[in-house]
Design a protein around this ligand. Structure first.
Ligand code: HEM
Length: 271
């Protein structure tokens, strides 16, 4: 913090208090004496901090879009994309850890896995990737489970964006607008037609067009992050099974098929 101090400023607030640095810097607890484990912990912790910020931005963007304030939401969505860029770059830092370095402490992780990151799953639900099967990983933590259930049942960012289409004269059928929101989203021909109209007449639908491209930025960046995860995992553990119990690289490769905003991709073929 480099703000010039003013007379009115409270001198009892220090840098370390304001940032809770004692707690923050005491929160890295490697379980082995291996040098690389600290990096492994810090990479995961920074990812959780960035996820916290991303979730706050997505929630802000959702409420703005729902209120019809689409343009102010662009700022929050642009910030998410920039954070995603940093998260993707951090794979290169992790990749300085060799397979031997990782194997020397991997046993300490037990069955813990990024798979159990509740913030990652909440983000997926907020964006519209609804899969209730992941709830079971949080059965032991009732507060977290309740938050995830709320996010699963609530309209996603995509639902909020879709609700804007009829406001601009682009009707959507009830099976889209009134569906069970806790179920995985099924791509719809009517939604694709509506977005196609937006992309064919960008001048008329400029606000929606900008929103759609911001959403594609997010989806693109999430897939890029996932792709680097798969590559880094293969580079470090090859085809070994994951600590969370999946087949490993094979599972992660399947996650590359997840699209938050499917019609915004499929419409491009028809343009
Ligand atoms: C040596 C490094 C890493 C390895 C070998 C690894 C491996 C894996 C594997 C195999 C899975 C699938 C679930 C399982 O069976 O465990 C997984 C899931 C996951 N990992 Fe990693 N990972 C590594 C580092 C990271 C890092 C640094 C992050 C975040 C910064 C991360 C975040 C995640 C997330 C969010 C999932 C869930 C993905 C989904 O279900 O779509 N992982 N990881």
């Amino acid at each position: 913090m480099s703000d010039t101090p003013t007379k009115a400023a409270d001198s009892s607030v220090t840098y370390s208090q304001y940032l809770a640095l004692d707690e923050l810097l005491a929160a890295q607890k490697p379980r082995s004496d291996r040098h690389d484990e600290l990096l492994f912990v810090i990479i995961h912790q920074t990812k959780e901090l960035w996820l916290k910020q991303i979730i706050a931005e997505v929630k802000l963007a959702k409420s703005l879009i729902r209120a019809g304030d689409v343009e102010p939401a662009y700022k929050a969505l642009a910030r998410v994309s920039r954070i995603q860029t940093i998260m993707t770059l951090s794979w290169d830092v992790l990749a300085t850890m060799t397979p031997a370095d990782y194997l020397s402490f991997r046993g300490e992780l037990g069955t813990s896995s990024g798979f159990q990151s509740h913030q990652f799953r909440e983000l997926e639900y907020l964006l519209g990737l609804k899969d209730g099967a992941f709830l079971s990983f949080h059965a032991e933590r009732p507060e977290i489970l309740a938050e995830l259930k709320d996010a699963l049942a609530a309209p996603s960012l995509y639902d909020d964006a879709l609700a804007q289409l009829p406001r601009h004269g682009l009707a959507l059928p009830p099976e889209v607008l009134e569906r069970d929101l806790s179920q995985p989203y099924v791509p719809s021909a009517a939604v694709e037609d509506a977005w196609l109209a937006v992309y064919r007449n960008t001048a008329k639908y400029w606000e929606l067009y900008q929103l759609a491209e911001k959403l594609v930025d997010l989806d693109d960046a999430l897939l890029t992050w996932r792709h680097k995860h798969v590559l880094t995992v293969e580079r470090i553990i090859g085809r070994k099974r994951g600590t969370g119990g999946t087949e490993g690289v094979g599972y992660l490769q399947k996650t590359l098929e997840r699209r938050c905003f499917p019609e915004l991709w499929s419409l491009r073929t028809r343009l």
